[in-house]
Design a protein around this ligand. Sequence first.
Ligand SMILES: Cc1cc2nc3c(=O)[nH]c(=O)nc-3n(C[C@H](O)[C@H](O)[C@H](O)COP(=O)(O)OP(=O)(O)OC[C@H]3O[C@@H](n4cnc5c(N)ncnc54)[C@H](O)[C@@H]3O)c2cc1C
Length: 248
Amino acid sequence: MTEALESNSYDVLIIGGGAAGLMAAVLLARQSSELKIAVLDGAKRLGAKILISGGGRCNVTNVSVTAKDFSGGSRNVIKRTLKAFSAKQTVQFFADLGVELHEEEHGKLFPDSNKARTVLEALIESAESQGVHLLTDQRVESIQKQDDTFSVGTQQAEFKCTKVIMATGGRSIPKTGSDGFGYELAKSLGHSITETVPALAPMLLDGEFHEGLSGIALETELTLRTKSSWGIPNPCLSISGAGCRRLF
Ligand SMILES: Cc1cc2nc3c(=O)[nH]c(=O)nc-3n(C[C@H](O)[C@H](O)[C@H](O)COP(=O)(O)OP(=O)(O)OC[C@H]3O[C@@H](n4cnc5c(N)ncnc54)[C@H](O)[C@@H]3O)c2cc1C
């Protein structure tokens, strides 16, 4: 057991081992091999959401990603983020991990294996090979800061570190481990939180007229006029965050 694990003391603790947390771990470890880094995740296995993404194939990115592709948030922050790490760099990042991507309709990029597991395994392997500790079944319940030290409490243990990266995901599909508790942790440290709304959520319709349409995928445009007009039990027709904000 390493010194860091024995003392539960790290330079950086990353809370959440999904796509964001694992990428942060890989990039941070590359910056400095001296840093003691651990990822704490409440789930028994990492990356449940990566595995279900893109219908199990993981649509990693798109050939073209611009600030216009995002709704909500500050346009400038999104621009700066994309400038700091572009879609092209994402492709290179995965190529360096041995995950080659290919282009499909509308510029979507998928792993050549067509398996989301390839993406997850590459991230885990890269993090571990650089000495990052991936600690599962460690759901963080509290974070406290005193002077320059964070105390991070899970059911099993108390960890200490000087930097914390929150990568606890949103609220979608709570059984994957991200149930929104990360927002409470951030609030407990004094952060303000933008109210969340569902996005890309299936729409449910009353009645039965749509039953015979099951399995048909069409590119369509839908105009939302009243609250009572919503509902289609077909995951291909999803509503964006912007639409949801108008409805809620
Ligand atoms: C059905 C579906 C399909 C999708 N398809 C695609 C796609 O093809 N391409 C794409 O780019 N995006 C896709 N997405 C979106 C994408 O999956 C997410 O944006 C992405 O996985 C979010 O990654 P994340 O690391 O921010 O969060 P998550 O993957 O949610 O990871 C958060 C992690 O934090 C852990 N955690 C949460 N709270 C705590 C706590 N208190 N203590 C410790 N650990 C905690 C969780 O266990 C989890 O492992 C899809 C989403 C869904 C639901």
